[in-house]
Design a protein around this ligand. Structure first.
Ligand code: CA
Length: 226
């Protein structure tokens, strides 16, 4: 059963929604404050959140922002008519839909079903970059060329992933140095050259005549645009 979290401070409303959603075969969790709602979300990871805007503890918009910062959990905002501007802000913050009070629980349940259907149908964005016979898996941190796994160091991987994500864009050595910081890079700008040299030796059929990573004179390097 899909788990729905209701964060709403009007007990009467919570009661009505809960009973209708439970009858519609949802598993229902409730919170009456923004801050406790957020920690319930953290602990329970519900499939969808019904979120009131004006809440004690932590404002509904802040709750939405915090959830969106960490996950794609669908959010439906529960708003009063006077809060029209806030509805728009809520949607900008990544809420999936909203219902205006007063509402019938039947309408809320229908929206819940629609949003859940939509979020299940949405494909997870590809985190794999493919260029010619090169395949860079950003999640698995693996690189293959023509199906063969290449053995890259974390720094080399960070450099390659940064450049390959924006083919055709020139990266300064300073920018590449920043990108490599995540891979615990130590050293000066010029040592990027050494990493690029090693990267090319592994990546390129002919490192002297690179087909993937080009030198941009006076700037740095770029991953070729196909
Ligand atoms: Ca309220």
């Amino acid at each position: 059963m899909p788990k729905i979290l209701i964060i709403e401070d009007e007990p009467e409303l919570v009661k009505v929604l809960r009973s209708y959603l439970e009858k519609s075969r949802f598993d229902v969790l409730t919170a009456y404050r923004g801050d406790t709602g957020l920690s319930t979300w953290e602990n329970e990871r519900p499939d969808l959140v019904l979120l009131d805007l004006n809440l004690p503890g932590l404002d509904g918009l802040d709750v939405a922002r915090e959830i969106r910062r960490k996950s794609d959990t669908p959010i439906i905002m529960l708003t009063a008519r006077v809060e029209e501007t806030d509805q728009l802000i809520g949607l900008e913050l990544g809420a999936d839909d909203y219902v205006t009070k007063p509402f019938s629980p039947r309408v809320v349940a229908a929206k819940v079903r629609a949003v859940l259907r939509r979020s299940e149908a949405a494909p997870t964005p590809a985190r794999i970059l493919r260029v010619a016979d090169l395949e860079i898996d950003l999640d698995a941190h693996t690189v293959t060329r023509a199906g063969e796994t290449l053995d890259l160091t974390p720094t080399e991987f960070a450099l390659l992933a940064t450049m390959a994500a924006s083919p055709g864009r020139a990266f300064s050595r300073m920018r590449l140095l920043e990108a490599a910081q995540g891979a615990a890079f130590e050293g000066y700008e010029r040592t990027i050259d050494a990493h690029i040299k090693n990267l090319r030796a592994k990546l390129e059929a002919d490192p002297k005549n690179p087909q993937y990573i080009e030198t941009v004179f006076g700037v740095g390097y770029r991953f070729v645009r196909q």
